[in-house]
Design a binder for this molecule. Structure first.
Ligand code: IPM
Ligand code: MN
Length: 348
């Protein structure tokens, strides 16, 4: 019996999570596993009413689940940073989900802005460090409010934090068994402390994986290659900030936020899965948002808890549904949010 914590969150989060839960119900019947869900109302509504982002003891409670399924966090009425730091980043940090895993795959029938690129060219995965770097929140203001003000934002990188992330990426590259190539994405030519440590840790760990080809590219060049030659990539490993940026670019070449999913992984603990697109306030309640990203996130969740066959079937069904949609964009799919969920279930 799997225990799954569900945080639908804000905006269109609840709508896409509903479709994900519909798919979960169908797939559990087909693959004979049992689960129970517990829904948590964390997000803007709760915060605006009570002033509290998450209740005390929330983290300990979540540790008892097999996985967490998250919709989206963020609301126009709440100052940027409060819910992001108070919920999303707090969960990533306090549950030590030190990997942010983002598969980038162009599914059949999906439009990509890259001319002449096909599903064969776009199939890679980004391993983003998820607990450190600039996201650590270290820094200070000096002489705040004066014309001589200084703001310092520190990128915090530990050898241990880097090494566990890099090792995860090597293992994943081996397990994927595709090009068997791991690219380190950094900025060794300018950020000479952080990326010196990353590069040394990468070179050291690489010695344990002689079967994996290694490569290095500066983050700006990665952006260029991702557009020009996405087929060069198999697995990319990078830090928190660069990973945040390049995965939005990557989401666009795979057809947009409608299909982009991510996992916040603690390989030794509880992991959390989410569509990466945000709460999309302007589409809230309209039944037009694409639930495929949330459904793909569910696929990652299933694979994480060990239901590989169900995860495979889910992905195959997604690949059928993408050929039927007119577009992946909200309001242009030719189907409503709920109809896309139904299509997915029919094709399972
Ligand atoms: C993401 C998001 C978050 C991040 C925000 C909402 C804090 O953009 O998951 O990539 O920057 O990590
Ligand atoms: Mn982001």
């Amino acid at each position: 019996m799997y225990k799954i914590a569900v945080i639908p969150g804000d905006g269109t989060g609840p709508e896409v999570i509903n479709e994900g839960l519909k798919v979960l119900k169908a797939i559990s019947g087909k693959f004979n596993f049992e689960y129970e869900t517990k829904i948590y109302d964390w997000g803007a509504k709760r915060y605006l009413k009570s002033g509290e982002v998450m209740p005390e003891g929330a983290i300990d409670e979540l540790k008892k689940f097999n996985a967490i399924y998250l919709g989206a966090i963020g609301h126009p009425k709440v100052k940027p940073g409060i819910l992001e730091r108070g919920i999303l980043l707090k969960l990533r940090f306090d549950l030590e989900q030190y990997i942010n895993l983002r598969p980038v795959k162009l599914y059949p029938g999906v439009w990509t802005p890259l001319k002449d690129k096909t599903p064969e060219d776009i199939d890679f995965i980004v391993v983003r460090e998820n607990n450190e770097g600039l996201y650590k929140g270290m820094g200070e203001f000096q002489r705040k409010g004066t014309k001589d003000e200084v703001a310092i934002q520190i990128s915090y990188n530990t050898r241990g934090g880097i090494e566990r992330c890099i090792r995860y990426a090597f293992e994943l590259t081996r397990k994927r068994n595709k090009k068997k190539k791991l690219t380190l994405c950094g900025k060794t030519n300018v950020l000479t402390y952080a990326w010196d440590l990353w590069q040394r840790a990468f070179n050291d760990v690489a010695k344990e994986y002689p079967d994996i080809k290694t490569d290095y590219a500066h983050v700006d060049a990665v952006c260029m290659w991702m557009v020009k030659n996405p087929d060069w990539f198999d697995v990319i490993v990078t830090d928190n900030m660069f990973g945040d940026i390049i995965t939005d670019l990557a989401a666009m070449i795979q057809g947009g936020m409608g299909v982009a999913a991510g996992g916040n992984i603690n390989p030794e603990g509880v992991s959390m899965f989410e569509p990466i697109g945000g709460s999309a306030p302007k589409y809230t309640g309209k039944n037009v948002i694409n639930p495929l990203a949330a459904i793909c996130a569910l696929g990652m969740l299933l694979s994480n808890i060990g239901e590989e066959k169900a995860a495979d079937a889910l992905e195959k069904s997604v690949m059928k549904v993408t050929t039927k949609l007119k577009s992946l964009s909200a309001g242009k799919m030719g189907y409503s949010t709920q109809e896309v969920g139904d299509l997915l279930v029919e094709n399972l």
